[in-house]
Design a protein around this ligand. Sequence first.
Ligand SMILES: Nc1ncnc2c1ncn2[C@@H]1O[C@H](COP(=O)(O)OP(=O)(O)O)[C@@H](O)[C@H]1O
Ligand SMILES: [Mg+2]
Length: 321
Amino acid sequence: MYGLFRTARRLREIGLIGIGERNANYVLRYNQRKFYPRVDDKLITKQLAIQAGLPVPELYAVVRAEHEIARLHETLAAREQFVVKPAHGSGGDGILVISGRRGDKYRRSNGQLMTREEFNHHLSNGLSGLFSLGGQPDHLLVEYCVQFDPIFDQVSFRGVPDVRIIVFMGYPVMAMIRLPTRMSDGKANLHQGAIGVGIDIPTGITRRGVWGTEIVREHPDTEHSIVGLRIPHWDALLEMASRCHELSGLGYIGVDFVLDRNLGPMILELNARPGLAIQIANGNGLGHRLAKVEALIESGRLSKDPGERVEFARQNFPTLG
Ligand SMILES: Nc1ncnc2c1ncn2[C@@H]1O[C@H](COP(=O)(O)OP(=O)(O)O)[C@@H](O)[C@H]1O
Ligand SMILES: [Mg+2]
């Protein structure tokens, strides 16, 4: 614990920002409320991404009412694998990653079998808003289950890693990859037990990682090193992340990607209040990087061109230390 405080003190010196600062200086200042629905509803995000020509996992079905659940089993009859998620969910809550079937049961990515009744019950809970922001009734998306890139075979436990990039006024400022563990049940959310691993922006190469409060260099389930991985399609990821600024209308966002072994990078979701553990995963604070972009705002030099913004990020945001 003492070591962690020491790390926290060092990170403050190198620009660690806290939740209050994030909210007051970035989320409230740069994110207009009227654009929140674009990112808070995953169905709207998906539609906007498609309109902008950005790749997303294929939508198989939307469930809006209780009586549609029974029909879903037929709609999905030809699909071995799929993912169900609440449109207004967050932190991985309520997401079912179905990785196969056995008879008329569904197999979850943690290996457990789910009966149709259990499946229906889960979806019914989802519709009632049990897993959603604010607890309001919600709708559910059923989509293509991403087949992760083989580069992650040794560092992912039964789930799909995702790449999170923080984008400020269109500039990618910090990135990490989140690796599912035995604990995280097929999901890459840190609060579910996934590991966050910092990525150096100029090179797309992973550095050390954080698992809960622990700094890690190996995956806890596979013992494989998580340091030094070169993230595939890194250029495309940075450029797509940058374009999400225009797509969302928001100044401060977290963009989540997945890398499919056949289809390449795809946008999973956008977040208007991205978490701060990315700083621990990188051993670098966000403060100084955000200040560099704010200096561009003040001097009227913000770029409208995603390519230019990515170039600026590559020049200015290496992972230090
Ligand atoms: N289509 C998918 N295929 C495979 N895994 C997925 C898919 N969608 C989500 N996941 C897993 O669940 C995690 C959370 O999904 P996400 O859409 O970001 O929702 P949340 O808002 O709850 O974070 C992802 O990081 C990924 O590990
Ligand atoms: Mg997410």
